[in-house]
Write a protein that binds this ligand. Structure first.
Ligand SMILES: Nc1ncnc2c1ncn2[C@@H]1O[C@H](COP(=O)(O)OP(=O)(O)O)[C@@H](O)[C@H]1O
Ligand SMILES: [Mg+2]
Length: 260
């Protein structure tokens, strides 16, 4: 069997958005003081959407992704994934969900340097004591342009190759919701194109959803929607047509910030 691990054996009856946040706020405690990072963010992302989050460095994009993926807890507000309220789940249920239904590609790739690229991709299966579906994993690696690098170890790989290995590791598990923090950040335009094509294809499969963070207007323009984050507020949202339009929206946001 090559099925991704499932959250539980009961079929989901809940409908509604794949990702939903209601008044999500997040603060960190720094030197005993409350440092607010995200302010009352509400959003809905439907199944089969490919959505990008953009915003200046430090605006809270990664923090938002962690909260939405259940890797961090909001200080207040609610997050639902496929109808499941993360705030009411036990630690065990959340851990199970993170292993099965949700895939997260970290900005730092988190690869094991002494394993080959293939072994890194197969690792989630090995950790669960399951036989990795070799052909399936090799196909995913091939699709993101790593076919010739399956036996390479991360220290001998370029940043872009490592980034695609981290992506392949998540995609190979076929999670319902893929979160990817800057998945094309280290890629040249040709590899970026491959990754975008693959993410697009994933988002069109039944019951699947993809949310990415990107700085690249060309990448964002290939998404269904782009949400703009400024100083921890969701400040704008567009259905993009062109990269130029995305770049314009981002520039307006940055200039508003300077004025304000
Ligand atoms: N664990 C933490 N403790 C304190 N401050 C944090 C922590 N994580 C992030 N921050 C701060 O929150 C802000 C947003 O960070 P982040 O979400 O990484 O932004 P982005 O991904 O948009 O660059 C930054 O000012 C960062 O320094
Ligand atoms: Mg970030």
């Amino acid at each position: 069997m090559t099925h991704a691990p499932q959250l539980n054996s009961t079929p989901r009856t809940a409908t509604g958005p794949a990702i939903e946040a209601q008044s999500l706020s997040k603060s960190f405690t720094v030197d005993g003081r409350d440092l607010p990072i995200l302010h009352e963010i509400s959003l809905q992302i439907d199944s089969n959407e490919l959505v990008a989050i953009m915003g200046p460095s430090g605006s809270g994009k990664s923090t938002l992704m962690y909260c939405l993926a259940g890797l961090d807890h909001p200080s207040s507000g609610q997050v639902r994934l496929n109808g499941m309220d993360l705030g009411t789940q036990s630690r065990t249920a959340l851990a199970k969900m993170r292993r099965g239904n949700v895939g997260f590609v970290f900005q730092s790739y988190n690869l094991i340097p002494t394993l080959t690229a293939y072994e890194n991709v197969a690792l989630p299966y090995l950790l669960e004591g399951r036989k990795p579906p070799r052909e399936q994993l090799l196909t995913v690696m091939d699709e993101v342009g790593l076919g010739h690098r399956v036996d390479a170890q991360p220290p001998s790989m370029s940043g872009g190759e490592q980034q695609r290995t981290a992506l392949a590791r998540v995609l190979a598990l076929a999670p319902e919701i893929v979160f990817a923090d800057e998945p094309t950040g280290a890629l040249d335009s040709r590899s970026g194109e491959l990754v975008l094509t693959k993410l697009n294809e994933v988002a069109r499969k039944p019951g699947r959803t993809v949310l990415i963070v990107t700085h690249d207007p060309a990448v964002a323009a290939r998404c269904d929607r782009v949400m703009f984050l400024g100083d921890g507020h969701l400040v704008d949202e567009i259905r993009p047509n062109t990269a130029a339009q995305v770049a314009d929206t981002l520039a307006q946001l940055t200039s508003k910030r300077r004025e304000g």
